[in-house]
Write a protein that binds this ligand. Structure first.
Ligand SMILES: [Zn+2]
Length: 314
C-alpha cells in the first residue's frame, strides 16, 4: 500500500461516521422528523429540512447497485490496486454509498449481488474505510491492512560469488534464463520528473503538467520519461549474486536493446531485477550483457527493458 493515498478528513458533521468505522460500526444518519435515512452525513434532512439527524448503527446489509473496474488508476497512488473495483452500494436502509469492492475477482462481481461491509484498516493509526465484499467472503480477514511490499534495500548477499573476468567457464555459468530477486525500490515523484525535464530539456506536458495530463493523458496523469527510468537503474541495487573481479576498468559499452513497454506514472515506486544474458571474451576484454528490467512495483509488465553491455578490461 502506498503511503500517499488520500485519507478521509473528518469534519464536525462526518466525524461520527469515521469514528464509528474505527470501532467497526457502521453509523448512518436518520431524520428525526420524517425517518428518512441519509448518506452522506448532513446537518439537515434533505426531505423535510429537519435539523440534526440522529446517528444510528445499521447492519451493513447491502446490495451492489453499480460498479466499474478502472484500468487506469484514479490517482497514481492506487497503482497497487489495479483494477480498482469502484462501486455504488445500496444499504438495506436505501441509501447509496460510494466505495470499493475487495476480496472479489472480476468475474465474481454481479449487479444486485448481496454484500457485507469490510472495515478495512488503512494505516497504523486506527483509520478504517468502509469497503464491501461478497457474503461468501471472509470479511474479517479482508480487514487487515495489505502487506506493504518491503521497500528496504534488497539483501545483497555478503558472500557474493567472486568471478574473475578472465575465467571463461565461471563466467559462462552465470548466464541464466532466471532473473535475480528484486532490488530496493525507489519513488519516482513529480519533483524528480521535473528535475529530469529541466536537465534533459524534454518538458513535454505529459511529463510536467499534472493538470493537463489529468485531463488529456491516456494515463490519467503525468508519467516519467523513459530515459529517466532507465538511468534510475543506477539507484537500484541489483540483487545479482556475484561480483566480477580482476579488472582495472569497467565500461558501459551501451545497450543491445532498450525498450519502454509500460509507463511509470508519477508517484509510482520502481524496482529492478536482472539476469546475465551473455558473456563473451574478445579483443576488447570481457563483454557481459545484462538484461535489466525495471518495473513499477506490483506490475507484471516491465517499464524498461535494457540489454546493457558492460566491458571489463584488465
Ligand atoms: Zn426528514
Amino acid at each position: 500500500m502506498s503511503n500517499n493515498k488520500p485519507m478521509p478528513v473528518a469534519t464536525e458533521i462526518s466525524a461520527p461516521f469515521w469514528e464509528g468505522l474505527k470501532a467497526r460500526r457502521l453509523l448512518v444518519q436518520q431524520c428525526g422528523g420524517c425517518a428518512q435515512w441519509l448518506f452522506y452525513p448532513r446537518r439537515h434532512c434533505p426531505a423535510c429540512l429537519a435539523p440534526d439527524p440522529a446517528w444510528r448503527k445499521v447492519s451493513g446489509q447491502a446490495t451492489l447497485y453499480s460498479y466499474t473496474l478502472t484500468r487506469i488508476p484514479t490517482l497514481p497512488d492506487f497503482i497497487d490496486e489495479m483494477p480498482q473495483k469502484l462501486a455504488v452500494v445500496e444499504l438495506a436502509e436505501g441509501v447509496r454509498v460510494n466505495t470499493t469492492l475487495v476480496g472479489l475477482e472480476e468475474d465474481q462481481i454481479r449487479i444486485g449481488m448481496p454484500l457485507q461491509p469490510v472495515f478495512a484498516q488503512v494505516d497504523g493509526k486506527g483509520t478504517r474505510l468502509l469497503r464491501f465484499t461478497g457474503l461468501a467472503q471472509d470479511a474479517a480477514a479482508l480487514e487487515a491492512a495489505p502487506v506493504v511490499e518491503a521497500v528496504a534495500p534488497a539483501e545483497v548477499p555478503d558472500n557474493r560469488l567472486q568471478v574473475d573476468c578472465q575465467d571463461q567457464a565461471a563466467l559462462q555459468a552465470l548466464v541464466s534464463e532466471q532473473y535475480s530477486g528484486w532490488s530496493n525500490s525507489l519513488l519516482v515523484d513529480q519533483a524528480l520528473i521535473d528535475a529530469f525535464a529541466e536537465l534533459s530539456g524534454d518538458d513535454y506536458w505529459i511529463h510536467t503538467d499534472p493538470e493537463r495530463a489529468r485531463r488529456s493523458s491516456p494515463f490519467g496523469g503525468t508519467i516519467a520519461h523513459g530515459a529517466l527510468v532507465q538511468v534510475l537503474q543506477s539507484r537500484l541495487k541489483l540483487a545479482l549474486g556475484f561480483e566480477i573481479t580482476g579488472f582495472t576498468t569497467q565500461i558501459n559499452y551501451g545497450s543491445d536493446r532498450l525498450r519502454f513497454p509500460a509507463p511509470v506514472p508519477a508517484g509510482s515506486r520502481i524496482h529492478a531485477r536482472a539476469r546475465v544474458k551473455a558473456v563473451e571474451l574478445n579483443q576488447r576484454g570481457t563483454q557481459m550483457t545484462l538484461e535489466i528490467n525495471i518495473h513499477v512495483v506490483g506490475q507484471e509488465r516491465p517499464s524498461v527493458i535494457n540489454d546493457l553491455v558492460i566491458l571489463y578490461q584488465r
